[in-house]
Design a protein around this ligand. Structure first.
Ligand SMILES: Cc1ncc(C[n+]2csc(CCOP(=O)(O)OP(=O)(O)O)c2C)c(N)n1
Ligand SMILES: [Mg+2]
Length: 674
């Protein structure tokens, strides 16, 4: 802090700053040229603003990228990735090296086309899908306020800075994100808008006449404008933003591709190399005579100084932590909830084993969340305006509001995409593990954020209820058909569809233990019988049968001819079908398959034992059948729904769509005899 105050009162010296900014420009245009692909315009346009931000405002220590109280920097305009790669290299992060920058966009270089959080320290989140970086920053700022409320200014007091372009602000998610941030009065969130009035297709006047600043003001933001190429103007705006208690939009009027004399100000600089002639002209214009990928020593030293200036603040923070009465609790908070998940639900599962409960799995989820939220302080829940339907609120979680950020329950409003992105930001920030609810059908509204959870290896837990035609009367707009299977397609995402109270608790434990994998819990609206309990009387984490993704819930009595594989609400249906088949002397196993991703990870012998080649394998799930052939083989039978649902009471719908023992058993008999 002292360092920052010191630098703020230092006078601004363009003779020092301009070459520093030009180093970003040179690296960006040269790297894009070398790759013959990329976006030089954005980094060249925002080089001056980024230089002032890093030099005079951003709290960071390049030698310590994981310092918990660092400011977060999010390049929401991810196509301008060379901006952040330049900044990280110049300020002295261990990576990217200059060699890695030379290999921008090539296989093996951490300088990927768009910034990836898992490839480079200092990249706080993966960006590229426009709008989501800013929306994740909202979550980071929420996490910061929450931890500040719990642990105080001494340990948690940092800002979240964002660089966003016209595209980020034009995307629909921007409306959700800034509405939430404005409402929550996230004053430590500051967004630098690269206001260059250019997008890919040309001038923004082709597609928008929106008064962006007025929109931000209308949602409770502070707005300040500056000339994005005037260091004094930028610095004054950033200082004003920090001083204002509201989240701030800093509209930086910039020229895209600034420094490229013939192409600047045009979309020609957006997404293509400048070409050798224009690069030569830019070198002339900028007075930059160094070879590509060479930064003159004085300029490099100035940048390294910027990267090192936070070292004092980070050491002072260490001292404060060492002396803090919160030290243990703070460190436990940052360590996350995974280690405590099993213990938190042990007693609860044992009680269920003793006293079975017939409830909807959404209710079972609420019941599991009781002890989980009580014992795991890192969990922060919420819902996109469906709290009473998603059953996400527990007694242990008070509302998170601008008056009390210590609360652990977020009223996200009807902002599914914004919620999912904010959850990613919270998880990436660290110290909190977010879960949030909506109807499963609206997973499509937040789908790209769920995808980014998976890509970023971020632990966000999606509580998605009303998971099939079983929701009944709301009809086909609300009835998931393809959603469960389509979520299973996303790599590194666990899609859980538990069948009863005990499976729901087990799936919750697995989701909380999956620190690098997000989870979707697909839960029913309708009540389901409790199928588990036998053998669970002394449950411990080692007894979590869902951990293998699929398991034999019930073994055949007669000689086994059939294996029924089902998930969620259809497991009890499978049990009923099995009873009928056994009644006719046809031995039938029932396999519960709450998570195909975990099942797929098991070894071949486990899978072969569960799904033997000498039995007829039948899948039953109230959704699309496509994908189940993977488990049933082409000779198997796939029972499901390959059309949209209908509006009616759930029981009638299960009958209409043939999801009853009366409709299923004859098909199995037919198949056996064919
Ligand atoms: C959600 C999404 N839609 C489309 C794109 C493709 N795209 C990348 S940059 C861009 C234009 C963005 O314009 P702006 O933010 O003004 O960036 P600038 O051209 O000023 O660098 C588009 C459409 C994307 N990356 N993400
Ligand atoms: Mg633009």
């Amino acid at each position: 802090m002292r360092q920052q105050e010191h630098s703020r009162i230092m006078t601004i010296d363009p003779a020092r700053l301009q070459p520093m900014a030009n180093a970003i420009r040179a690296l960006s245009m040269d790297a894009v040229q070398a790759a013959n692909s990329g976006h030089p315009g954005m980094p060249m346009g925002m080089a001056d603003a980024a230089t002032v931000l890093f030099d005079r405002h951003l709290k960071f220590d390049a030698s310590r990228p994981d310092w918990a109280d660092r400011d977060r920097f999010v390049l929401s305009a991810g196509h301008g990735s060379m901006l952040i790669y330049s900044l990280l290299n110049l300020t002295g992060y261990a990576h990217p090296t200059m060699e890695e920058i030379r290999n921008f966009r090539q296989l093996g270089s951490p300088c990927a086309g768009h910034p990836e959080n898992f490839l480079l320290d200092g990249v706080e989140c993966t960006t590229g899908p426009l709008g989501q970086g800013l929306a994740m920053a909202v979550g980071m700022a929420m996490a910061e306020r929450h931890l500040n409320a719990k642990f105080g200014d001494d340990l948690v007091n940092h800002r979240t800075w964002v660089v966003a372009g016209d595209g980020c602000l034009m995307e629909g998610i921007n409306h959700e994100a800034i509405g939430l941030a404005g409402h929550l009065k996230l004053g430590h969130l500051n967004v630098l808008w690269d206001d260059n009035a250019i997008t890919i297709d040309g001038g923004t006047d082709k597609s928008t006449s929106e008064d962006v600043c007025a929109r931000y003001e209308a949602t409770g933001w502070h707005v300040v404008r500056c000339n994005g190429h005037d260091f004094e103007s930028i610095d004054a705006a950033l200082s004003e933003a920090k001083a204002d208690p509201r989240p701030s939009l800093i509209a930086c009027k910039t020229i895209i591709g600034k420094g490229a004399p013939n192409k600047e100000g045009t979309s020609a600089t957006h997404g293509a190399p400048l070409g050798p002639d224009e690069i030569a002209a830019a070198r002339e214009e900028l007075g930059w005579d160094a070879e590509p990928f060479v930064v003159p020593s004085q300029i490099e030293a100035d940048w390294r100084g910027v990267g090192a200036k936070g070292a004092d603040a980070s050491a002072e923070w260490d001292a404060r932590l060492a002396a803090s009465s919160h030290k243990d609790a703070f460190e436990a908070q940052l360590a996350g909830p995974a280690a405590g998940a099993d213990a938190a639900i042990e007693d609860y599962i044992r009680e269920l084993a003793a006293e079975p409960k017939k409830v909807a799995t959404r209710k079972a989820s609420e019941m599991a969340l009781g002890p989980l939220t009580e014992k795991l302080p890192q969990l922060i829940g919420g819902s996109a305006d469906l709290t009473g339907s998603n059953n996400t609120k527990t007694a242990a979680t008070e509302p998170f509001t601008h008056e009390d950020y210590s609360g652990r329950y977020v009223y996200y409003g009807i902002r599914e995409f914004g919620m999912a992105a904010a959850m990613n930001g919270m998880a990436l920030h660290g110290g909190v593990t977010p879960y949030g609810g909506t109807f499963l059908i609206f997973s499509d509204y937040c789908r790209n954020a769920i995808r980014l959870s998976a890509l970023q290896q971020t632990q966000a837990i999606y509580v998605m209820t009303h998971d099939s035609i079983g929701l009944g009367e709301d009809g086909p707009t609300h009835q998931p058909i393809e959603q469960v299977m389509s979520l299973r397609l996303v790599p590194n995402l666990y899609t859980f569809r538990p069948c009863d109270t005990i499976e729901t608790a087990e799936c919750w434990a697995l989701a909380i233990k999956a620190t690098e994998t997000p989870s979707v819990l697909a839960l029913t609206r309708q009540g389901l019988p409790q199928l588990r309990g036998e053998g669970d009387e002394a449950w411990t984490g080692a007894d979590n049968r869902c951990a293998k993704g699929g398991y034999r819930l019930q073994s055949a009595s007669a000689a086994r001819k059939v294996v029924l594989v089902a998930s969620g609400s259809e497991v009890s249906l499978a049990v009923d079908c099995a009873a009928k088949l056994e009644g006719q002397g046809i031995g039938t196993d029932v396999v519960s398959m709450p998570c195909t991703e975990l099942f797929d990870a098991q070894d071949a012998s486990y899978k072969a034992d569960l799904l033997p080649s000498d039995a007829l394998i039948v899948s039953i799930e109230a959704g699309v059948t496509q994908g189940w052939e993977r488990y049933t083989g082409l000779g198997g039978l796939n029972i499901g729904i390959d059309r949209f649902g209908a509006s009616a009471p759930a029981g009638e719908l299960f009958e209409k769509f043939g999801l009853t023992p009366e409709a299923i058993v004859p098909q199995i008999l037919n198949k056996l005899s064919s």
